[in-house]
Design a protein around this ligand. Structure first.
Ligand SMILES: NC(=O)c1ccc[n+]([C@@H]2O[C@H](COP(=O)([O-])OP(=O)(O)OC[C@H]3O[C@@H](n4cnc5c(N)ncnc54)[C@H](OP(=O)(O)O)[C@@H]3O)[C@@H](O)[C@H]2O)c1
Length: 172
């Protein structure tokens, strides 16, 4: 199963000023087309419940698997499946259902949960005026359960705007 990490970061590897800083407030709106392209190609998005709360609805043409420790008390939303299965169980059942790629879309807790399954990444890097201070969040909640984005793994680079670049990585 191809597991493609889809995230935005700044040039310091930070993914938000703090836990409540939404990407729509600092990532150029042009990145939405990129997000749609990759997530529609996969057909399935995996994300944590905190990230899902910032969207709050299903997305056309994609299933969203939302990780939560209490899936049974959640409202029914079209196109959304709440799960507390392990990454291995989730990926196996998606594979059985015929999916060959999933888009892993954060946040840091869920990226760390799936870190050893990540095969690819599409990362938008936005230049911010400054490095954010102490409360800034990063791509992975646990540095021990994270992957490194190395220049040698980049297979494609495209300029999104004058201050944002999208890099596609393939990890071997
Ligand atoms: N820059 C970007 O591209 C980007 C992308 C996505 C998110 N973000 C940011 O990341 C932040 C949210 O990240 P986060 O780390 O706080 O939250 P998160 O990873 O989105 O979700 C965490 C939640 O996932 C559930 N969870 C965690 N471990 C689990 C496990 N082992 N099994 C089942 N469920 C589990 C829990 O939900 P319950 O509490 O329901 O049990 C937990 O509260 C937001 O600020 C968002 O804007 C940035």
């Amino acid at each position: 199963m191809k597991v493609t990490l889809v995230m935005a970061q700044n040039q310091y590897g930070q993914t938000g000023k703090d836990a409540n800083h939404l990407s729509k407030d600092w990532v150029p709106k042009e990145d939405m087309q990129n997000f749609i392209r990759v997530t529609k190609r996969a057909g399935v998005i995996i994300m944590g419940n905190n990230t899902f709360k910032t969207i709050g609805k299903g997305l056309t043409g994609r299933i969203i698997v939302v990780l939560t420790r209490s899936p049974d008390d959640k409202p029914k939303i079209d196109g959304v499946v709440y799960s507390n299965d392990t990454p291995e169980e989730i990926l196996a059942s998606l594979s059985e259902a015929g999916y060959t790629e999933v888009a892993l879309c954060g946040g840091p807790q869920i990226n760390s949960l799936f870190y050893n399954h990540i095969t690819d990444a599409v990362i938008t890097t936005v230049q911010t005026e400054e490095k954010w201070a102490n409360e800034a969040v990063y791509m992975f909640a646990d540095p021990e359960r994270s992957i490194e984005l190395k220049e040698e793994d980049v297979i494609e680079t495209s300029e999104l705007t004058s201050n944002a670049i999208v890099r596609t990585y393939e990890f071997t």
